[in-house]
Design a protein around this ligand. Structure first.
Ligand code: ZN
Length: 480
């Protein structure tokens, strides 16, 4: 508690009942009228959408190591300076992987007419290895679970292993899109590595998500340390099902060509923009999203919307001329998608700075309407956060959910070090229809929904930076 507040509290005590002072410590809570003004100004915001349109339409895809990502870093740094923030780049090296040729045809199957192949729609997974330039041909082994893969381990030798694990859209429809993604995503995250250990020659996974337009859904796959990346790609869900049907009828062979390249690490940077606190400038509330994107679409919902909504926090406070007690630090993280080096570089730098990170907010869940706030905090901190969802009730962002794990991959190192972590709760029912596909483009973003994200983040960030006493540190589980 600052001396100024201590004196003020004493002066007020004889005249007001303790309940009117908000926090149990007797300190005045954050003025709800100020939170209301932040919300209203954010709900008029055009800045975030305009900058998102420029990012996606004028720059486009922003995979680590690409010219697009470099251009985006320059552009967002300039935009934040223009808003009045103090801007710095935080350099880090990032993995540089480039997609190449990617084709696949089913060249053997029961009922095939001579010379007639079935063409498959697919996209290499990030960090996939390459086939020979003229491709490879192998029989396929279709599995539907890791248990089935284990049971048929001997059959995997020399084969193209195909994982056909569907995305459970029912979960997504009921507000559990992240859970559905986590379940179906296992085949992509670790399927290729597991198949490679069994002697498979390549892995094809069913696209994660419920897109019904025969679009492959890319994303990173993980190799064990020292494991040589094998050719690995995502099939459009329709094509995974086709292979499954054909394999049920008899032997199936696929001719597969993937020629991605692993290049030396590239130079990149986080963009860090500060809105300096009026009382404790050394203490920081982080609010960020990631600037890099996959290469198939233009990264509008993943994570253009999130990073611009987070940037919009400072733009909103600048328009109001409001500086909370502590510094609000916007971070446009680099390399979230295929390495996480931005989050690591940020944490390494923050650990060396004086002052402390009192909270970290990450916005990386698409461009759906804001429904509330997810908070990875101690249970006794939850009461203090009610003021945030109360301030957001006119826009319906009223749900306050407590999480026990990591709520954002870039803020993961901060959270594991004890920093309370936050993410907006967003309508993600259709996020995985487009996420990581060629259809992740600006038209999927409803400007009104984006404004609700800006408003939610701005009210939350301001509140966390303005609270008389920062929230208690917290131990979270290392899982999302
Ligand atoms: Zn993302």
């Amino acid at each position: 508690m600052s001396i100024r507040f201590w004196i003020l509290s004493l002066a007020l005590l004889p005249f007001f009942p303790v309940a009117a002072l908000g926090a149990a410590s007797g300190q005045p809570a954050v003025d709800p009228a100020v939170l209301g003004r932040i919300r209203d100004v954010a709900m008029q915001d055009v800045w975030a959408y305009q900058h998102l349109a420029e990012l996606t339409d004028e720059i486009g895809p922003r995979l680590s190591g690409s010219t697009g990502l470099e251009a985006a870093i320059v552009r967002i740094a300039a935009a934040m300076k223009e808003v009045g923030a103090t801007v710095a780049l935080q350099p880090t090296k990032v993995p540089h992987w480039e997609r190449g040729v990617e084709t696949a045809d089913v060249v053997e199957f029961a009922g095939r007419s001579t010379g007639l192949n079935q063409h498959l729609h697919l996209a290499a997974l990030g960090d996939s290895g390459a086939t020979p330039a003229n491709g490879l041909t192998a029989r396929v082994l279709v599995v539907h679970s890791f248990e089935e893969l284990s049971a048929r381990a001997k059959d995997a030798q020399g084969k193209i292993v195909v994982f056909n694990m569907p995305f459970d859209q029912r979960l997504a429809d009921n507000g559990y899109a992240g859970e559905a993604y986590g379940q179906a995503g296992e085949e992509r995250f670790v399927g290729p590595s597991a198949a490679s250990k069994l002697g498979a020659v390549a892995t094809l996974v069913r696209s994660v998500g419920d897109a019904q337009y025969r679009l492959p859904h890319t994303g990173a796959t993980e190799w064990d340390a020292g494991q040589t990346p094998m050719p690995a790609a995502a099939l459009a869900a329709e094509d995974a099902q086709l292979l499954d049907r054909l394999a049920a009828a008899g032997p199936v062979s696929v001719h597969l060509t993937l020629t991605p390249r692993h290049l030396p690490d590239a130079e990149s940077a986080n963009v860090v923009a500060e809105w300096v606190g009026r009382e404790h400038p050394e203490d920081v509330v982080v609010v960020g999203g990631h600037l890099d994107s996959w290469d198939l679409g233009t990264g509008a919902i993943d994570d253009g919307a999130g990073v611009m909504a987070a940037a919009g926090v400072i733009e909103t406070l600048a328009r109001l001329g409001l500086h909370p007690r502590r510094t609000i630090r916007f971070v446009a993280f680099t390399n979230e998608e295929n390495g996480g080096r931005g989050g690591q570089a940020y944490f390494a730098a923050a650990s060396k700075q004086p002052g402390k990170t009192v909270a970290a907010i990450e916005c990386d869940l698409g461009a759906g309407r804001a429904l509330g706030v997810q908070a990875a905090v101690n249970s006794n901190s939850m009461e203090k956060l009610k003021a945030v969802t109360q301030a957001l009730s006119p826009i319906g962002a009223t749900v306050l959910v407590r999480r026990e794990g990591v709520v954002g991959s870039d803020i993961r190192p901060l959270q594991l070090s004890g920093v309370p972590g936050f993410a907006p709760l967003l309508d993600a029912r259709h996020y995985f229809d487009y996420h990581h596909t060629a259809a992740d483009t600006l038209d999927k973003v409803d400007p009104e929904n984006l404004r609700s994200e800006v408003a939610t983040l701005a009210v939350l960030a301001y509140y966390l930076a303005e609270m008389p006493e920062a929230l208690a540190r917290v131990t979270v589980k290392d899982e999302e």
